[in-house]
Write a protein that binds this ligand. Structure first.
Ligand SMILES: Nc1nc2c(ncn2[C@@H]2O[C@H](COP(=O)(O)OP(=O)(O)OP(=O)(O)O)[C@@H](O)[C@H]2O)c(=O)[nH]1
Ligand SMILES: [Zn+2]
Length: 205
């Protein structure tokens, strides 16, 4: 008989007060790999409401260590603030460090970028595709939280397509082009030219 174990499971949830407001944290696990992911939710909504959401990929250096080499930390703060200002919303925090190559490989990629490679070339030089992320757990997370219609905060059209491909109703996209620094401008330009990101060109001048 075939196993019916689901690929992802909800584990537990709790209150999570933050500097931005009082969120709830919801924990999920990938059954096979044991990889853990979390969602933060704020406020309440009805089944038919449009809920602002952010799908954020783990970036230890940017999210927790204040790195200005990327825009992740700035985007994380902005997303949480947007959610609180809106009165409700959800942040899915996926543990896909380094666009899926892991923290130590990201440091190797940074090392290559210090030598002149761009973010895509560095991944490829290490034997990885430019982006290895998988968003399939998002559907289970959103279903568990009762979210059907979303406004997605992103500059990355691939995230939008991935959600729509899973049957999530993406009503709108909200740009989140915050946190341009002298250290990440080249990185952001590469994301625009090589990875299809939409970014206000005036902000990259
Ligand atoms: N491999 C690699 N990963 C990086 C690099 N810089 C940031 N990351 C990772 O990229 C992920 C964030 O991706 P981004 O391309 O900045 O943004 P996005 O999530 O695709 O799109 P937005 O929703 O618009 O933010 C995080 O997992 C970071 O750890 C890099 O130079 N190399
Ligand atoms: Zn980052």
């Amino acid at each position: 008989m075939k196993s019916t174990t689901p690929p992802y499971q909800f584990v537990s949830e709790a209150k999570l007060p933050t500097r931005f407001g009082d969120f709830k944290i919801h924990g999920f696990v990938e059954t096979l790999s044991g990889q853990e992911h979390i969602a933060l939710s704020y406020g309440t909504w009805e089944n038919s409401d449009i809920v602002p959401i952010r799908i954020h990929s783990e970036c230890l250096t940017g999210d927790a260590l204040f790195s200005t080499r990327c825009d992740c930390g700035f985007q994380l703060e902005k997303a949480l603030q947007n959610i609180v200002d809106n009165g409700c919303g959800v942040l899915l925090y996926l543990r896909q460090e380094g666009r899926g190559i892991g923290l130590l490989n990201k440091i190797k990629a940074y090392n290559l970028q210090d030598e002149g490679f761009d973010t895509v070339e560095a991944n490829q030089h290490l034997g990885f595709d430019a982006d290895l992320r998988d968003y399939s757990i998002c559907k289970l997370m959103l279903d568990k939280l009762g979210v059907n219609k979303v406004e997605l905060m992103t500059n990355n059209p691939k995230k939008l397509a991935a959600l729509e491909g899973m049957g999530v109703n993406v009503v709108a996209r909200k740009p989140i082009d915050h946190g341009v620094t002298k250290d990440n401008k080249h990185y952001l330009m590469t994301k625009t030219s090589k990875m299809g990101h939409t970014f206000d060109p005036d902000k990259l001048k």
